[in-house]
Write a protein that binds this ligand. Structure first.
Ligand SMILES: NC(=O)c1ccc[n+]([C@@H]2O[C@H](COP(=O)([O-])OP(=O)(O)OC[C@H]3O[C@@H](n4cnc5c(N)ncnc54)[C@H](OP(=O)(O)O)[C@@H]3O)[C@@H](O)[C@H]2O)c1
Length: 329
């Protein structure tokens, strides 16, 4: 495993991290046993960065991390999030989701509407009371008394302009409930706003071979300000794999036209499949090559994908010519 320092937090993080939104009982996930084994084997292989949130699988993601790794607490880095809540309808839908899993193929048309339903029921809450209560809940589910990193989840530009959440995050820091904090940004614009906030020591942003804007616009500033960058969606929600069909990207696409455009771009990256190197491994290598990037949180919920992703650290490296082609897509 390769380790990097996460900006001014000084935390030593594995360059391949585990994004844990897909573990736990969701419409698309597998059983708890496989998730627990995947978490444990990821840790054994040197992965020490686990990204989660209270809304992932209705808290199951945090519960599973707690169950699998509570005895390794001081050897792992847990990044949690706060800021999202759901309407009563949204909460109910999340509760019944696991029970729909066995009949998901029959629900195909309804399944296509899920992303829009999910978004329409999602709300922000950045109040002090909500932040404190949510973090307490996360700590319980994770079976720990602190988060290494707390990220503001799905922020608005306005909250980043005022920085109003920082006071509560500082309070949690003083209480020892979090060690560092940052922002999980939804755009380059939000990352630029977050970079101006004093207490922020890390930023999470969508960054992969299809979404390269942060490379020019964020990484140079982050390096200068010593802000740790976490790349999310390193496989573009499953588009950057050899046989990409029925991917998370497709299931969660709310704009079909944009999805098709991205799929075409992903398909034109297939020249990177070479010898024993898969497209997923090339996509991860591309990120590992970036100066200023600390960790790429890859979403996987089984040991087969874990194994393949780990091999990205050792398969044939990308050539300069291949890198040039990636930038031209
Ligand atoms: N706003 C936010 O803060 C936010 C938003 C989105 C995501 N995130 C974080 O970012 C993480 C990553 O996002 P993501 O999971 O949506 O996107 P991703 O990592 O780009 O893609 C994950 C998809 O790729 C598949 N996959 C992984 N490794 C593979 C392999 N070797 N071969 C074939 N398929 C493979 C996974 O399948 P399996 O699951 O079946 O293994 C999953 O469907 C999340 O887990 C979460 O922690 C944060």
């Amino acid at each position: 495993m390769i380790y990097r320092i996460l900006g001014k937090t000084g935390l030593k993080v594995s360059v391949l991290g585990m994004g844990c939104s897909g573990i736990g009982k969701g419409l698309y996930s597998n059983d708890d046993d496989e998730s627990l084994k995947t978490l444990y084997e990821a840790f054994e292989a040197g992965i020490n960065f686990f990204d989660t949130a209270p809304n992932y699988s209705n808290g199951d993601s945090e519960r599973l991390i707690g169950r699998a790794l509570k005895n390794k607490r001081d050897e792992i880095i847990i990044a949690g999030k706060v800021g999202i809540t759901f309407t009563t309808v949204g909460k109910l839908a999340k509760k019944i989701k696991p029970f729909l899993s066995p009949v998901k193929s029959i629900l195909l048309p309804a399944k296509n509407n899920l992303p829009n339903l999910y978004r329409s029921q999602r709300r922000n809450n950045f109040s002090k009371e909500f932040i404190i209560k949510t973090v307490e809940g996360s700590l319980k589910r994770l079976q720990t008394d602190y988060l290494d990193l707390l990220l503001l989840h799905h922020p608005t530009n306005q909250i980043l302009e005022t920085g109003d959440f920082c006071e509560t995050f500082e309070l949690l820091k003083t209480q020892g409930k979090i060690r560092f904090y940052g922002v999980s940004c939804d755009s380059v614009e939000q990352a630029l706003l977050s970079l101006k906030l004093n207490g922020v020591s890390s930023i999470q942003i969508e960054l992969n071979m299809l979404d390269k804007d942060p490379i020019k616009e964020i990484l140079p500033i982050a390096i200068k300000s010593n802000i740790g960058i976490i790349a999310r969606l390193p496989l573009a929600k499953g588009l950057l794999i050899d046989q990409a069909h029925d991917t998370k990207a497709e299931k969660w696409a709310y704009d079909r036209e944009l999805f098709q455009e991205r799929k075409t771009k992903a398909d034109s990256s297939k020249f990177l499949i070479k010898g024993n190197r898969s497209l997923a491994q090339a996509a991860l290598q591309f990120l590992f090559n970036l100066e200023g990037l600390s960790v790429a949180i890859t979403g996987f919920n089984n040991r087969k994908h874990l194994k393949e992703n780990l091999k990205s650290l050792s398969v044939v490296p990308l050539t300069n010519d291949e890198l040039r082609k990636i930038y031209s897509i």
